[in-house]
Each structure stands twice: as structure tokens, then as C-alpha cells.
Write a protein that binds this ligand. Structure first.
Ligand code: ATP
Ligand code: MG
Ligand code: FE
Length: 381
């Protein structure tokens, strides 16, 4: 199916177009610049920016794909989770387009879309001349594990799971089917991984958004310079495989943030320069170590043999490296999307929409609401 995907859950206005698992266009306009001086996304500014960016972004995506709206089989849109006002803009636009063009509407889950982007054909990410994705990432080492089903769509192997690491979520999932069966195995009990990156970057004076800034600063730092805490790793939280503790597969990142703050204070109190690169590298190592260790263990204990990585933090170089290493050791096939498809975009929404169409899922009603706290288990609405 030829599907248009619309994403407006945060500060990216994204329009993506796919044909089955083939990526035809992925146009993203971000209002990030307008939020920099506030150190975080201001919802009202984001919503207005979506209104302004929507039509040019849509036009550019259609031109890139070389299609007109009349040709699409369906329109998919992020229904949640995200900022209510920002979601409303995309959802309203999607409903209007669906009604005007007489196309079915699919309201989809943003988190599942972050995972579903991994089903796009990796060859397309590397097509010379580009498709609006500036950066080529590694397509992971497990792409061969995807079968092509009767619908012509790439399908998930049996016993698949997903690690979702984004600005607002950190979750380990069992994925029976991307269109009908996603279960939560563990999650953060406080900050999300991306949130920890953003808060720590602010503390270190590295600006916003913090993830890419820490990723870059860490490159010249020593990851062993400081030993920052790995949350919820004590035996009382984890228990054993036979008698799992309550937080065996959960994460906590708030203690880590406090530990970084204390380290910075100590240098400042002593009148010494803060070793920003070393702290950034050591912080990143702590986050990535605990994310990957717990994810791989949860996957192993739940019989997961193929793991899809998704979400903005999946762009992190050290995370991609250490997770690949640990999955290989554990005999788990890992699939990592290209960096350009990790942060918010419309292609991921279109990709999940195409899967829903191919699976014969019923379209959404034109009266669906935006759900700012939509849980990951609710794949489409
Ligand atoms: P959610 O998907 O949970 O609703 P979101 O859509 O705001 O949240 P994403 O776009 O998925 O979040 O990811 C943005 C987050 O990814 C930010 O916190 C950002 O700092 C982080 N991030 C982006 N690039 C990197 C990187 N290279 N290393 C670490 N973190 C990164
Ligand atoms: Mg963003
Ligand atoms: Fe996101």
C-alpha cells in the first residue's frame, strides 16, 4: 500500500511516504531552534510551528515521492502520545485530508511507529541521490531475519522484541505483532533516557537538545573518569531469573542526574574547571551500560531472539555500539534503523500505517481524539 504518514507529536513536523516497506519521502521540519532559549519544548510554540510548517512540508514530501495525494491508499497520523496541542494539529490536518480525498485514516501510536520504522527496506536508506534522509546509518546486522510475507510486506520474525529509547520513554517490549500485539516487559520508573541526556547536558552547559551534544562531547572524554550509578541494579530490586524482583527489568535515571550534579558542584566549589568531556562520557557510559544490560537480560529471559531498537536516543553512537556487542554475545539479532529515522519523522508513521493496511486493520473513525498519554499497547485507535 501507498501510505502518507503525518507526525506532529512534539517539535518535528514530519511527512513521510512509503510504498509497502519502500521509503519514498521523509520530509521533516523542526521548530527546535525556537525552543533553544527556553531549554526545552514550549507546547504553544510547537503547535503554532506545526500549523505554519504543515503545507510546505506536505508539498515537499509529495514532490520528493513524485505522487499526488489522490494516489495514496491511506493516511496515517500520530494520535498519541505527545503534546496535546501539537498532536491536535496533525490529527486535524489528517482528518481533513482523509475526508477531502476520500481516504481511510489510521490514527497510530507514536512509540510503536518508532519501532515500526525498522521494517522499512534498508536498501532504500542507502539509495544514492537520497530520499531526504541526509545520513546513512547502519541497518543493523539482522535484516536478513525479516521474512517477506504474502502481502509483500517485511514481517517480524517470531520472538521479536523492541527497545524503545526516546525523549519521553524508555521501554523494553515483547512484540508478537507490530499491528496487534505489543506487551510492556519493563520501563523507566522516573526519567526517560532522552530526558536524562537533556537534563545532564543542561547541567554541563552543553545546550539543547542534550543527546546529540553529549554524544559529541563524550567523544573526547574518558568514560571511566567517573563511576556514575546504574539505577535499580541492586539485588533487592532485581532478584534472580527464578524469583524476579519488582524492578528486574525497570530502569531509573534520576539518581544518575543527581550524581552528575554533585560532581559538577565539587569542581565548582574547589574553583577548578569542570571536566565536561569526561563527565559527559562517564554519564553516557552509565546510561548506555544499564540500558543495554537490562534490555539484553529481559530479552534473554523472555525468549526474545530478534530485537529492534527505536527512538531518538537510538541515534547515540555508544548505545548502538554497546547494544550490538551485547546482543551478539547473547545470540540476539539486532536491528538498528539509520540515524536519520531515529528521531521523530513522518516515515515511521507511514511505515506503521502501511503495516496496518496490509494486516487488514479497520481504519480509524474521523472523530478519534488525540491521546497525549496513549500507552504503547494501544497500537492504533
Ligand atoms: P517520545 O518519542 O518518547 O514521545 P520524543 O518524540 O520527544 O519523545 P524522540 O524524538 O524520539 O523523542 O527523541 C528525542 C530525544 O532523543 C531527545 O531527548 C534527544 O536528546 C535524544 N537524542 C537525540 N540524538 C541523540 C544522541 N545522539 N544521543 C543521545 N540522545 C539523543
Ligand atoms: Mg524533537
Ligand atoms: Fe518520538
Amino acid at each position: 500500500p501507498l501510505v502518507l504518514g503525518i507526525e506532529t507529536s512534539c517539535d518535528e513536523t514530519g511527512i513521510g511516504i512509503v510504498r509497502g516497506t519502500q521509503l519514498l519521502a521523509n520530509t521533516v521540519s523542526s521548530s527546535m531552534e525556537e525552543h533553544v532559549r527556553f531549554g526545552g519544548v514550549i507546547p504553544e510554540i510547537a503547535a503554532r510551528a506545526h500549523l505554519e510548517a504543515f503545507r510546505p512540508t506536505l508539498r515537499q514530501a509529495l514532490d520528493t515521492a513524485g505522487i499526488e495525494l489522490d494516489e495514496v491508499d491511506a493516511i496515517a497520523v500520530t494520535a498519541g502520545p505527545g503534546l496535546a496541542g501539537a498532536l491536535m494539529v496533525g490529527l486535524s490536518a489528517a482528518k481533513g485530508l482523509a475526508l477531502a480525498a476520500g481516504k481511510p485514516l489510521y490514527g497510530v501510536n507514536h512509540l510503536v511507529a518508532h519501532v515500526g520504522v525498522g521494517l522499512l527496506d534498508p536498501a532504500e536508506h542507502h539509495r544514492p541521490g537520497g530520499i531526504g534522509t541526509a545520513e546513512n546509518g547502519t541497518a543493523g546486522n539482522g535484516t536478513a531475519a525479516n521474512g517477506t510475507g504474502q502481502s509483500g510486506m517485511r514481517e517480524l520474525p517470531q520472538n521479536s522484541g523492541a527497545l524503545l529509547v526516546s525523549g519521553g520513554h524508555t521501554e523494553i517490549l515483547r512484540v508478537g505483532s507490530l499491528t496487534s500485539d505489543v506487551q510492556l516487559l519493563g520501563s523507566t520508573i522516573d526519567d526517560a533516557a532522552g530526558e536524562a541526556f537533556d537534563k545532564t547536558a543542561r547541567l554541563l552547559g552543553l545546550g539543547y537538545p542534550g543527546g546529540p551534544a553529549i554524544d559529541a562531547a563524550a567523544a573526547s572524554g574518558d568514560p571511566q573518569a567517573f563511576r556514575f550509578p546504574r539505577g535499580l541494579t541492586l539485588p533487592k530490586f532485581e532478584g534472580s531469573a527464578q524469583t524476579p524482583g519488582k524492578h528486574r527489568h525497570n530502569w531509573s535515571f534520576s539518581g544518575l542526574k543527581t550524581a552528575v550534579a554533585r560532581a559538577v558542584e565539587q569542581f565548582e566549589a574547589a574553583g577548578k574547571p569542570v571536566p565536561v568531556a569526561d563527565i559527559a562520557a562517564s554519564f553516557q557510559e552509565a546510561v548506555v551500560d544499564v540500558i543495554t544490560a537490562k534490555a539484553v537480560r529481559a530479552a534473554t529471559e523472555h525468549g526474545i531472539t530478534t530485537l529492534l531498537l527505536g527512538g531518538g536516543v537510538a541515534a547515540n553512537k555508544r548505545l548502538r555500539e554497546l547494544l550490538a556487542h551485547r546482543c551478539a554475545d547473547a545470540g540476539i539479532e539486532l536491528q538498528i534503523p539509520p540515524v536519520s529515522l531515529c528521531t521523530d519523522n513522518g516515515a515511521m508513521v507511514a511505515a506503521l500505517g502501511a503495516q496496518l493496511v496490509a494486516a487488514g486493520t479497520a481504519p480509524s473513525s474521523l472523530s478519534i481524539p488525540a491521546d497525549s498519554s496513549q500507552p504503547v499497547q494501544r497500537i492504533s485507535v
